[in-house]
Design a protein around this ligand. Structure first.
Ligand SMILES: *Cc1c(COP(=O)(O)O)cnc(C)c1O
Length: 404
């Protein structure tokens, strides 16, 4: 039996299928993906145990075991496992009582899932520019914006900083600025399991934090997410809403409506086995980043995503910046050159204020930093299972684009 955890071709098609292979005349080279799942070894045993036990539904002993392991890995006392990171964010918005017309402030440089559930609930998004030293929400922009909002008498319902590509947002000043006005913080830490900020784990200090176990993240359950907090009641409420808001009664009593967001025990088993490898996955991703630095640092016009002194990134994705003047080629030319030889790379997230879906949403800061990162940034293959020889091909191809 071969184990197949790959939900989306973006993250790497199943082993042995044709789409995993780029055919050149006379030879076949496996396509190199951005961040495919990397099995830890214990998945099959955990799966067999789960199937043997009969607990395959979103119930049974595997779920609390997975939640306890997430609690150890993140430092959060209370954890609710759900079907995806997006579902966890949705529940976070619900338990903080987000209502139609409320404002939610988030970093403009992120994946759409950060804000999508809030917009679907009728909230108004507002986007903040990022700090060039971390590429995450700029606490100074936030402080100024909160002051102005308080003066207008219209504070946001919540602020959602985003950890980017394995790097934490600077939560300490962000939470301090929000505390001053009583605004709760939910950290979208989907990309940063295993990262640190000021010596604390990703999300620590926020009222709520969300992690994702999607197929492309550093640790995957094949799909899944968690909502974490130090507040037991918020997590209990999320659990309740995520399992159809059933009141305690035999006859299906509902005071409100919820969602079917349970995580299957089958996936929890995979996630549990994967979590045991977290430390080695972080080391591997950081080593991959270092190899890119060694192989590319001498090229004029090419720079790397910075790591601020207060943080320790997991380098979930290795990201480079290409300045066409110094480098002699555009970011897109490099991306296409890699694509041509079967290497996947991706532009940095398109800032949300530029997305047609959020046309008209207002902005704090001029978003010059995020916009420039989008124009020049390129995410490179960063999977912890990538072989040095595969990475050497990426490095060689990028060097081949340089026209100094
Ligand atoms: C992956 C991701 C999510 C969504 O997680 P899913 O488990 O895919 O729903 C949310 N926010 C960010 C920043 C992400 O990278």
């Amino acid at each position: 039996m071969s184990l197949n955890l790959l939900p989306d071709p973006e993250f790497g098609p199943p082993r042995g299928t044709d789409s995993a292979v780029i055919r050149f005349p006379g030879k076949a080279v496996p396509r190199l993906h951005l961040s495919p799942p990397h099995l830890a070894g214990g998945e099959m045993e955990a799966l067999r145990e789960t199937l043997d036990s009969g607990w395959v539904a979103p119930a049974g002993p595997m779920l609390p075991a997975f939640e306890a392991a997430v609690s150890r890995a993140t430092g959060f006392s209370h954890v609710a496992a759900v079907a995806s990171g997006t579902a966890a964010l949705h529940l976070g918005y619900r338990v903080l009582d987000l209502a139609p017309g409320d404002e939610v402030w988030t970093s403009t440089l992120t994946f759409v899932a950060t804000i999508a559930p809030a917009v679907q609930m009728g909230a108004t998004p507002r986007f903040l520019d990022v700090d060039p030293g971390s590429w995450t929400m700029d606490p100074n922009v936030l402080r100024t914006a909160l002051q102005a909002a308080a003066a207008r008498g219209r504070l946001p319902r919540m602020v959602v900083p985003v950890d980017l590509y394995g790097q934490c947002a600077d939560l300490e000043p962000i939470v301090a600025a929000c505390d001053r006005w009583g605004v709760p913080v939910m950290s979208d830490s989907a990309e940063a399991l295993g990262a640190l900020h000021r010596g604390r784990q990703a999300g620590a200090g926020a009222r709520l934090a969300v992690f994702s176990f999607n197929g492309n993240k550093i640790i995957t359950a094949g799909g899944g997410g968690v909502l974490c907090s130090e507040d037991e009641h918020l997590v209990a409420r999320a659990r309740f809403l995520g399992s159809q808001a059933k009141e305690t009664a035999a006859h299906y009593q509902h005071e409100t409506t919820g969602y079917s967001y349970g995580l299957s025990s089958v996936l929890a088993a995979v996630g549990l086995a994967q979590l045991s490898a977290l430390d080695s996955r972080v080391s591997a991703r950081r080593a991959i980043f270092q190899r890119y630095v060694t192989g590319l640092h001498d090229l004029p016009g090419l720079t790397f995503m910075p790591e601020p002194a207060w943080g320790r990134s997991t380098r979930w994705l290795s990201v480079i910046m290409i300045d066409p003047h110094g480098f002699g080629a555009e970011r897109e030319a490099v991306r296409r050159a890699l694509e041509l030889i079967g290497i996947e790379s991706r532009p940095v997230w398109k800032p949300l204020h530029l997305q047609p879906a959020f046309r008209g949403a207002s902005l704090f800061g001029n978003a010059g930093v995020a916009t420039s990162l989008f124009e020049r940034g390129l995410c490179l293959p960063s999977g912890s299972g990538m072989e040095p020889a595969q990475q050497a091909r990426v490095i060689e191809a990028i060097r081949g684009c340089w026209r100094g």
